[in-house]
Design a protein around this ligand. Structure first.
Ligand code: SF4
Length: 469
């Protein structure tokens, strides 16, 4: 039985409300355990001998429905799986789909290094953070164990990203594992033909392993066999076929496996799932068409229910939609995306620069900030704490008020009459109705900017600096 309410968790906690965990009560701590914002070990009393039995019980009862598997070591370690729900709105999805981009062992050395660097260095700034990709998947194309091991060594020397070793030949996998065993790579893959040799590798090298079969009964049987051998860090690949009826069946297999793992409690197949959108390149010969269909497949399986995928195209028109969709699906729907409230400098503002108000909803803030900086408008930009709500809704809901605006400057120790020569605030056009209140509460002049930050440059030309009264 999986615990899914604070009350259920509370029954297993010490119930002494000592607050050592940072919460006033054990019930409040239980809520944090459910949403995984705290760990069981954050409660010191439960680690004592007196509560040991409850601690062990709770560890089992709080474990995610889908096993969490760790790939890699150190700062770039990547967890996959670990989900508890079928639909994001029921809780949230944990551990965003890991993206592994391929290289292969027949590449010329410099080309291999350049491609690995391109994968490692990919960054896309979006709503206050960098979207990145996660792993390098090295495909054994040569069939030569030494050549494969050589390419793996070169990749390992070039990047700290986690590694996926791709070959159905246990001899090649063993040679590669010898080179990177301490990096905890993911081994791809065991099949109904090679399973016993690959299982031996997984046991000896203590690495996670992918089981591949598009036949779900065979996949289940493979998983059961590996579990009986004590190999629990498994990933299931039920096949990603890029076209027609086989694509439909691929999609259905992903859904069936995830439903069985979460809704039907079938623990023997409750493992992270791997999809391989790269397979689009096997059927589409034109590079742009193959990239397009690879992105379509990636989108389908980000949504249903791939925990890791292997991709090929490094073109921006393929990578950008993939990283953006993943970010959207794995953003916690219960938590508005916020930036820290405060008064920030854009460019190099002086005492004559404008002071512009916005909210701390990250999407709003970074849109305004980007419109200002890309137009080289030096200014002070105040992010008012509206609990991460945008301007129009925050005005309607009472989260953006004159008092909150005054408070933002007070907390930032930003005395406008001292820091500027104009003593003027610029409110967003969508907050125009606050003008009188803000003037009364702050004692400052208030100007009304445009409703859309994209129009600030034009507005500035006409209205800034403000005319003397
Ligand atoms: S530290 Fe443990 S016992 Fe103390 S309040 Fe938190 S959950 Fe309860």
């Amino acid at each position: 039985m999986k615990l899914n309410s604070p009350l259920q968790v509370y029954k297993y906690l010490p119930q002494i409300n000592c607050a050592e965990c940072g919460d006033a009560t054990c019930m409040a701590f239980g809520a944090h355990l459910i949403d995984r914002s705290k760990k069981l070990e954050d409660c010191p009393p439960i680690l004592k001998d007196k509560y040991k039995k409850k601690y062990i019980e709770l560890q089992t009862l709080l474990a995610p429905e889908i096993r969490q598997v760790t790939i890699g070591v150190g700062e770039n370690v990547k967890n996959i799986g670990g989900d508890d729900v079928i639909y994001r709105h029921q809780l949230t999805f944990f551990n965003p789909t890991a993206f592994a981009y391929d290289v292969w062992d027949t590449m010329p050395e410099q080309e291999l290094i350049d491609r690995v660097n391109k994968i490692s260095n990919f960054r896309k700034f979006y709503v206050g953070k960098f979207l990145k990709v996660d792993m390098v998947a090295i495909r054994c194309v040569s069939g030569d164990a030494m050549k494969f091991a050589g390419a793996v060594k070169k990749v390992a020397e070039t990047t700290k990203l986690p590694i996926v070793l791709c070959s159905f030949d246990p001899v090649c996998l063993r040679a590669a594992l010898e080179v990177v065993k301490e990096r905890r790579p993911l081994v791809y893959a065991a099949t109904e033909k090679n399973w016993s040799e690959v299982a031996e590798l997984a046991q000896n090298y203590k690495v996670p392993v992918v089981l591949f079969s598009p036949d779900l009964d065979k996949l289940k049987s493979l998983a059961a066999t590996f579990q009986e051998m004590g190999i629990k860090d498994l990933v299931l690949d039920p096949g990603t076929y890029p076209q027609g009826k086989q694509l439909k069946e691929s999609f259905e297999r992903f859904v069936k496996l995830r439903r069985a793992g979460i809704k039907e409690g079938q623990k023997d197949i409750a493992y992270p799932l791997m999809s391989i959108p790269l397979n689009a390149w096997l059927v589409y010969k034109d590079a742009v068409t193959a990239s397009y269909w690879e992105t379509v497949l990636a989108s389908v399986f980000i949504v249903r229910y791939a925990d890791i995928m292997i991709l090929h195209s490094l073109e921006p028109y393929a990578m950008l939609p993939e990283v953006h969709l993943r970010d959207t699906i794995y953003t916690d729907p219960r938590t508005p995306v916020k930036v820290a409230p405060g008064v920030n400098e854009v460019g190099s503002p002086t005492k004559d620069s404008p002071v512009i108000i916005t909210t701390n909803f990250a999407l709003t803030y970074y849109t305004v900030e980007s419109d200002l900086s890309s137009n080289k408008i030096n200014c002070f930009l105040a992010a008012v704490d509206t609990d991460g709500i945008g301007v129009e809704a925050a005005v309607a809901g009472g989260q953006l008020t004159a008092a909150k605006i005054k408070d933002t400057f007070a907390k930032a120790n930003f005395e406008i009459k001292e820091k500027t020569t104009h003593s003027t605030l610029i409110l967003p056009g969508l907050a125009a109705r606050l003008q009188g209140d803000v003037e009364d509460v702050t004692g400052l002049r208030v100007m009304i900017g445009p409703p859309d930050s994209g129009r600030i440059p034009g507005w500035m030309e006409k209205n800034w600096p403000p005319k003397q009264k």
